[in-house]
Each structure stands twice: as structure tokens, then as C-alpha cells.
Design a protein around this ligand. Sequence first.
Ligand code: HEM
Length: 224
Amino acid sequence: MGWRVAMFCKEIRHRGPGRRAATTRVRRRQLSSRIALWSTLQGANVKGIVFNLLEEAVSKEFGEETWDQLLDEANLSGAYTSLGSYADSEIVALVGAAAKALKLPPQDILRWFGQRAMPLLAARYPDFFSGHADTRSFLLTLNNIIHPEVQKLYPGAITPVFDFGAGDDGGMVIGYSSPRKLCALAEGFMRGAAAHYHEQADITQPQCMHDGASKCVFHVRFHQ
Ligand code: HEM
């Protein structure tokens, strides 16, 4: 691995994609060695836009060479068009290559990616973000506006389902269901969205599909 991948590693370690309690982090780390990173759906595909966002996030922060190195490691050509569909296994291989290079759990890579993808999505789709004063209001449109529009823009896209409730502390209780079990990516997206609206995000995840639960549950509080 070249120096840029070493930098990539250092950056993710230092900036830390999540701010969970240390105990939760250790637990997830142990867990991650036993679980699959991405519950690959039989015959399912990921839209090329996801690969485009990952390439842009990696190249922007660590240089195009790092992206090329990850492609080499994953044994992939890297020719992705936004509307194209690519096997789940390709994104698994890329995230896996990054995780291996950095000696980090794949979940940390997904969280980092989710955070960095949000400003890129805001640049591509400003209308999804513009009508909202805060993160809460933005997230509440995921099920009925954002992801349905995504499915029109990218036919065949498989998007998750969220449910929303109120927490005791005035925060939100957000349920995430998807056969792909990408709760770490969802957390990264939420943190990235909070940064967009200049809010701090306190996020805990008391329930996880990787522990056998039927859905993942986040307790989320956004504040200035
Ligand atoms: C402008 C905002 C957004 C856009 C344009 C967008 C778009 C997309 C696209 C294109 C996919 C891939 C679908 C596929 O490959 O089949 C996706 C998946 C996903 N999105 Fe969104 N998304 C947005 C916001 C969010 C936010 C805020 C969250 C989390 C709170 C989120 C959570 C996810 C997750 C976790 C997946 C992975 C698929 C799965 O879990 O089954 N998205 N989204």
C-alpha cells in the first residue's frame, strides 16, 4: 500500500467517522469480525451513482491514486456510470479493500463514506436540501420524497425504509430496515446531513439487525 493509503488510514483514525461511546465502538469492532459487512442480496445490484460518490469522496480527500489502489486491491476496473447497475459484491470488495488497508472495521469505512457523501449529494440534488431549516425536517422526507425520487432517477435502485418516532429527550427515534443491513452507512448519512444544517448530532444505536433484531434503531438528537 502506498503512502496515500497510509494517509487515508491516518485521516479516518484521527477524524473518526463516528463519535460513539468507546465501549460501543469496541463492541462493534469485535462484532464486525464476525459479521458480513453488507448482506449481499441474491442477484442484487448497486447503482453506479454509489460508486461515483465513493470515488469522489476518496479522490477528494486522499487523491485519485488512492482510489486506483483500492480498485487494484479489489481487482476491479472502476468503470462505473451513474445509471448502471453493478453487483453488490463490487462495493463489498471496495469497502473491504479500504478496511483491510486501514485495519479498520468495514462499518467505520461506511460511516466515513456516508458522512463525506452528503455534501456531494447536496451539490448534485440541492432541491432535496433547500426547503428545510434543520436536519430533522430533511430526514422526515426520506421515505416519501427523497428515496421515491431516487427510484425514478435511478430505475432499479433499492432504497431502505425508515420509521420515525419521538424520543423521551425531545430527540428522534429512527428505525432503519433494509435487507442490506447498512446501518453504519445510514448513520454516516445522518451525521453528514447534520453537518449540512450546521447541527451537532448525538447518535446512539440501541438495536441492530447485525445482532439479530428485525430492524436497526437509532436515538438521535440534533442541536446547535
Ligand atoms: C439527497 C439525499 C439522498 C439521495 C440522493 C440518496 C440516494 C440514494 C441512492 C442512489 C441509493 C442507492 C440505491 C441502490 O444502489 O440501489 C441510496 C441508498 C441508501 N440510502 Fe439514500 N439518499 C439520500 C439520503 C439518504 C439519507 C439522509 C439516508 C440516511 C439517513 C440514506 C440512507 C440510505 C441507505 C442506508 C442506503 C443503502 C441501501 C440500503 O440500506 O438498503 N439516504 N440512497
